[in-house]
Ligand binder design. Structure first.
Ligand code: MG
Length: 386
């Protein structure tokens, strides 16, 4: 029995993780749950699964009548769940850079990290990956850090049994989002509702906007760099509009392995929790007879500037991805609140990146300072351009 803490259990990944645990109650036990502020969802989950350890991140909800008995409040209460004796695996499905400390503390505590919070690696990959490597070395096998992102789960599976030295390239696939084929002129008047309508994947608001700008793909390139220790010139993005191919690995002999499957996040979530085994999944299998054609195209980085900006941040390294990510979080929130135009998201990110003096990553505290600085810069940019 794997005993799991789901941090961010009311979000898209969180509720789907709960669903995977429901399907495999003989192998997975929910030991702890945390949400940001959705008290009702937490209370229902805690009751259904008999979970005694709960936390609500939003301090201002302290004393909320609907909260489960013994529930903790505030970010520290969320972090405390990681260290509970009956937690083996932490699913980190927090949104944004706030997830970095959860990832860091999970590995510090010697627990398995099932990571849906890609920002952890984008911002703090230089700190997180050495911790994961230490745990893997101590255990004598890989598995301390399991990606939940569909592309990275796909690459992870393509690399199983392979020699890393024989990898020529990682092909990270992108659906292209709802605005594939559009020009910058077309995108000037995009509304939040239009950007929230993703063609193939059902996800939370922040990542859906990031998918539409291709920032999500940019973050995933940086994530892949850290996870698979791969230089940026060996990580390529290809648009695959059907999202049937979740990513590919090319080897030095020209062979390419692709991972295909239905676009259902419960598959990569389940793999992260079942590894090294595979379990049955109650998802519709891919029917190749009705799939039709698979299309491929190069991404349009002139229209979707965020992908180019993220690649620049990644190749520059240091604290630049941290500043970029923080600026993006502010700009996306401002866009959703109709305080920033759609194209303004990339402009804001670029302005903050240009103003940032890049440092070598040294500590969590340093990254938190850079994050706060970049948020303030981005806020000021949004105010000046609203
Ligand atoms: Mg993804």
């Amino acid at each position: 029995m794997k005993r799991i803490a789901i941090l961010g259990s009311s979000g898209s990944i969180g509720t789907q993780t709960v669903d995977v645990c429901r399907q495999h109650s003989d192998k997975l036990q929910i030991a702890a749950l945390a949400v940001g502020g959705r008290v009702g969802v937490l209370a229902a989950q805690a009751q259904e699964f008999g979970v005694k350890k709960c936390a609500i991140g939003n301090e201002s909800l302290r004393g909320s009548a609907d909260a489960p008995e013994g529930c903790g409040f505030g970010f520290q209460a969320v972090l405390d769940l990681i260290y509970a004796d009956d937690v083996d695996v932490v699913v980190n499905s927090l949104v944004g850079a706030a997830g970095l400390r959860v990832s860091y503390e999970t590995l510090k505590a010697g627990k398995v990290l099932a990571l849906a919070n890609k920002e952890s690696l984008v911002v703090g990959g230089d700190l997180i990956m050495p911790l994961a490597a230490q745990l893997d070395a101590a255990a004598g096998h890989a598995g301390a850090l399991m990606p939940i992102d569909s592309e990275h789960g796909a690459i992870y599976q393509c690399l199983l049994g392979e020699n890393p030295k024989e990898v020529a390239k990682l092909w990270v696939t992108a659906s292209g989002g709802p605005f594939r084929g559009k020009t910058r002129a077309d995108l000037q008047t995009v509304t939040p509702a239009q950007a929230l309508a993703h063609p193939t994947w059902n996800m939370g608001a922040k990542i859906t906007i990031d998918s539409s700008t291709l920032m999500n793909k940019g973050l995933e390139v940086i994530e892949a760099h850290h996870l698979f220790n791969m230089p940026y010139d060996k990580i390529e993005v290809v648009v695959q509009p059907q999202s049937a191919i979740h990513s590919m690995v090319e080897f030095t002999d020209g062979s390419v392995k692709a991972h295909l499957g239905t676009t259902d996040m419960r598959i990569p979530i389940q793999f992260a929790l079942s590894f090294p085994d595979r379990w049955e999944a109650p998802v519709q299998p891919l029917d190749f007879r009705t799939l039709g054609s698979l299309e491929f195209a190069a991404p349009d980085t002139d229209t979707f500037r965020c992908l180019a900006l993220a690649r620049h941040a990644g190749t520059t390294g240091g604290t630049l991805p941290c500043a970029m990510n923080a600026a993006n979080e502010i700009a996306v929130a401002a866009f959703l609140a109709e305080k920033c135009s759609y194209l303004g998201i990339a402009e804001c990110v670029e302005a903050v990146m240009e103003a940032h003096e890049v440092q070598t990553v040294e500590s969590l505290e340093q990254l938190e300072e850079v994050d706060a600085w970049a948020r303030a810069q981005a806020d000021a940019w949004v105010s000046a351009h609203n």
